[in-house]
Design a protein around this ligand. Structure first.
Ligand code: 0PR
Length: 400
């Protein structure tokens, strides 16, 4: 019976006559069985996690809301403003203006778009850390901006002199990262802010990952670095609810310091059914349900809920950070600031370590010099214990 259903549904043309929902659903379950699941604890190299069930419920209930036509959905439009302000208040700026977008990539593109418009230069350049996410390269390609990558210092944060030296009369913006993709490192945001003010440049901070972690580190006896709108030069920030915010995908956050900056890329659409409206996003039709889910999560969790999540992730990260260097041949790239760890080796080939981990079912990410582990909320202590056991076995085998 299963085979028969699969055969029917594998057919790539449209059915003349539709199939019953129960058959389609059964087929979906079968097909998706081979996907990784967050529950298995095997996904230890992703910045996404299982969305909180309450956020999922809110999302499903209000599935049809479309923020592409604000006038039809003034209720959701208001919730989006509140969501942005709540996120802004977490980042020292309740006056923030912006949108819940499709993810960090869209947010970073929007930031460079705004910077380009504001500077209004022919051949603009943007100075980003060598560690910046590839979405800045995409943004550069799309917007015709040259992306100049500034080198890092020994702690893998961007080198301030390298940034200063890379700035020239064509520069329209500089970027700092608060929680790098590879190692969770925070760039010197306060100092970059000073450079931006001195040179009168747009300054964007990519806290896609760190935005939901750094505000909660203080209570964990670890001094969080300066990273947000408290730094005067910061014009905009990325903070993604679909990473550590536990909201369903897609949910990125693009926050401008104020409404005037958002206006730089706000697009007026005159013919909408709900009446004229202005959005500062790349997409037109967009998910109101995403916004509703984020709003619901922020209200339901509160700061305390997120603090609890960060505490859970950091405890396991510290366990991993403590035990990994006791394994012969392995060491850490750097002491973790947040729940991202880089495992490296002076003696073993890290590509082989990653390959072996993957062969044993661990979904890890591989960077040029390290295996990246991200301890997300779905990862439990037993998963870390099992991971460490496998890691030890692999290092021993490769070392002999
Ligand atoms: N900024 C930073 C600092 C990021 O790390 C990322 C993505 C982005 C922006 C872009 O965000 P979106 O993917 O939402 O557009 N970093 C994730 C990572 O490298 C992307 C990802 C997510 C990769 C899940 C794998 C995965 O399973 O982990």
């Amino acid at each position: 019976m299963n085979t028969l259903i699969t055969e029917t549904l594998e057919c790539q043309t449209m059915e003349q006559k539709g199939l019953p929902q129960r058959i389609v659903l059964r087929e979906l379950e079968l097909r998706l069985q081979r996907d990784f699941s967050y529950e298995s604890g095997r996904i230890v190299g992703s910045m996404c996690t299982k969305a909180h069930h309450f956020a999922g419920k809110a999302y499903a209930r209000f599935l049809d809301k479309n923020l592409g036509d604000l006038g039809l959905f003034p209720g959701v439009a208001e919730l989006e403003k509140e969501t942005v302000r709540m996120l802004g208040s977490m980042l020292s700026n309740p006056e923030a203006s912006g949108h819940i977008v499709t993810g960090g990539t869209e947010a970073n593109i929007l930031a460079l778009w705004a910077a380009r418009k504001i500077a209004n230069k022919e051949r603009g350049e943007v100075v980003v850390p060598a560690s910046a996410h590839c979405s800045f390269d995409k943004a550069g390609d799309l917007l015709g901006l040259k992306i100049v990558r500034a080198g890092l210092d020994r702690s893998y944060a961007v080198d301030l002199d390298a940034v200063r030296n890379a700035i020239n009369p064509n520069t329209v913006a500089i970027v700092g990262v608060a929680g790098t993709t590879g190692l969770g490192v925070v760039d010197p945001i306060a100092e970059l802010g000073e450079v931006a003010l001195e040179r009168d440049l747009y300054f964007h901070v990519d806290a896609a990952f760190g935005g939901f972690v750094l505000p909660f580190l203080k209570e964990l006896n670890s001094e969080p670095p300066t990273f947000d709108f408290a730094t005067p030069g910061v014009c905009s920030m990325t903070i993604d609810p679909h990473k550590m915010g536990m909201a369903p995908i897609p949910a990125g956050g693009m926050l401008f310091r104020n409404e005037k900056l958002r206006e730089a890329i706000a697009w007026n659409i005159s013919y909408l059914a709900g009446g004229e409206a202005k959005n500062a996003t790349i997409v037109g039709t967009r998910s109101g349900a995403s916004v509703i889910a984020v709003w619901a999560m922020l209200k339901h969790f509160g700061l305390e809920g997120y603090r609890r999540i960060v505490k859970h992730c950091m405890r396991l990260t510290w366990q991993l950070a403590k035990e990994t260097p006791t394994i012969e041949g392995l060491s850490l790239m750097t002491k973790p600031t947040m729940n991202v760890i880089g495992i490296t080796s002076q003696t073993l080939d890290v590509r082989l370590v990653a390959q072996e981990l993957r062969r044993r079912g661990w979904a890890v990410s591989l960077f040029p010099k390290h295996v990246r582990i991200v301890v997300m909320p779905h990862v439990k202590k037993r998963h870390i214990d099992n991971f460490l056991k496998d890691l030890r076995g692999i290092a021993n085998r490769l070392g002999n």
